[in-house]
Write a protein that binds this ligand. Structure first.
Ligand code: ZN
Length: 455
């Protein structure tokens, strides 16, 4: 509900988390609670009829503004963005098919998936044969309504369950789509958290799907709550959250912000993060960028099943971020990829497909990736000719007495040996098979003793 969510937001910005770092956040956040909140945000946003433009998109951003102070941008229809044109704005108030008795046999008010998204307005009596040329169903899943769009071709249509189609036996129907397509705006949301450097971590999610939960209310919800969690922290990277319409939104953002893109050092497209499937990572086009290494490490350490797939120029907005003219280090961290689960782009991608526990698991992986990114540094050994004498500096005492002193000593030796300015702490963790936290801790101790300098 609004009030409980609002008060929790104040709590996050308040003293409890203020100036914490990401590790402290990771160790104190109630992940189970976050999973539940993500789910209730999805449930709240579910009924809204979103599209790539229009009031449903705005309404969604206004709801998110109660969680994070995001900026709403309005870009005029008709603007040229690289090879594309910002489309006309689409809005819809109502739609139905009435039978000869005047009853609504298909009703937009019952499911916004019933109308092909971006349908042009129509109000007409027509024969059953004419109507059926504009109807889409899923014969293999007769109870489900498909999700269809017609953004770039002016057309109209209805999506029905196959069972609904089977009972449309009248000779004539009254068809109404009360929509509008006008030169107004394309809307998107942006939230920037300033870190101690200009280097950026981009989190992007498409926000244009109507009543569909995994694709992609789950991504919207994860991004919003992640942004809220990071906002009061003291962070090294600056974080940029984008809530954009798929494809045209990332193209528009890139066209308007080309100068900023050089700052993007890491990025993730958030999609399909609430289903029961295993976590899947789609690598960036660069294939071995820092973000690729970090996500792979987190998934390996998670102890759970996962899959890594190579970059391919299809999917979500990583297609645009990874186009050759940008080639940004942006991957896609999801659970089951688009098209690989039967409920994808149907009415069965609903509130029973996504679960708080899967949302929580996805959120924790995003947080782990961010935490390692924040702490992954490169150092130069200040005593590279033979090992420095650790005992003389009291470094054995620092670690003596601890039952893990042998492994801590080994971590120091690895960090000293590989800190040549090229290997990052994550590289050292990988090469030594020691946990990242252990390597990070060794680097902190050695830095205090002037044996390392960060580069
Ligand atoms: Zn989709």
């Amino acid at each position: 509900s609004f009030s409980s969510c609002h008060s929790r937001f104040l709590n996050y910005s308040g003293s409890e988390y203020r100036n914490m770092n990401t590790t402290e956040l990771k160790n104190s956040i109630d992940l189970k609670q976050v999973g539940k909140e993500m789910y209730s945000l999805i449930a709240e946003l579910y009924p809204i009829c979103r599209s790539i433009t229009g009031n449903g998109f705005r309404q969604t951003l206004h709801r998110l503004q109660r969680i994070i102070p995001l900026t709403i941008h309005e870009v005029p229809s008709g603007m040229q963005v690289f090879d594309w044109t910002v489309p006309k704005e689409w809005n819809i108030r109502d739609a139905y098919i009435k039978n000869s008795a005047g009853q609504r046999v298909v009703d937009f008010q019952k499911s916004n998936l019933h109308v092909v998204n971006y349908s042009v307005p129509i109000r007409k009596k027509m024969t059953s044969a004419e109507l059926k040329g504009h109807i889409f169903t899923l014969p293999d899943h007769p109870d489900w309504i498909p999700y269809r769009t017609s953004y770039y071709k002016e057309d109209w249509g209805f999506c029905l369950s196959h069972n609904q189609l089977a009972i449309l036996n009248d000779a004539e129907y009254e068809v109404c789509i009360d929509s509008s397509l006008k030169d107004v705006y394309l809307t998107y949301g942006e939230y920037y958290i300033k870190g101690s450097t200009q280097d950026e971590f981009l989190i992007s999610c498409h926000t244009c799907h109507p009543s569909l939960c995994n694709d992609n209310l789950s991504g919207i919800s994860l991004a919003a709550l992640l942004a809220r969690s990071l906002s009061p922290l003291s962070v090294r990277y600056s974080y940029r959250f984008l809530f954009i319409p798929g494809t045209i939104g990332s193209i528009t953002w890139l066209a308007l912000n080309e100068g900023i893109t050089a700052h993007i050092k890491n990025g993730l497209v958030v999609a399909c993060v609430g289903d029961p499937g295993k976590t899947t990572y789609k690598k960036s086009r660069q294939t071995d960028a820092g973000i690729d290494k970090t996500v792979l490490y987190v998934l390996k350490e998670s102890g759970r099943e996962y899959e890594v797939i190579d970059f391919h120029p299809y999917g979500y907005d990583e297609r645009q971020y990874c186009s050759p003219g940008f080639d940004l280090p942006v991957g896609c961290l999801m659970r089951t990829p688009h098209g690989r689960y039967p409920e994808y782009h149907t009415s069965a991608d609903n509130l029973s497909l996504v679960k708080p526990e899967f949302l929580e698991d996805s959120f924790s992986k995003y947080l782990a990736v961010i935490d390692i990114t924040e702490n992954n540094r490169r150092y130069v050994n200040q005593n590279p000719k033979c090992e420095p004498q650790l005992g003389k500096r009291g470094l054995y005492e620092t670690i003596g007495g601890r039952n893990d002193s042998a492994i801590r000593q080994l971590a120091m030796l690895w960090v000293l040996n590989l800190s040549d300015g090229h290997h990052s702490l994550l590289d050292i963790a990988e090469r030594s098979c020691l946990r990242f936290e252990l390597i990070q801790n060794a680097a902190e101790v050695l830095t205090k003793h002037d044996l390392l300098i960060e580069c």
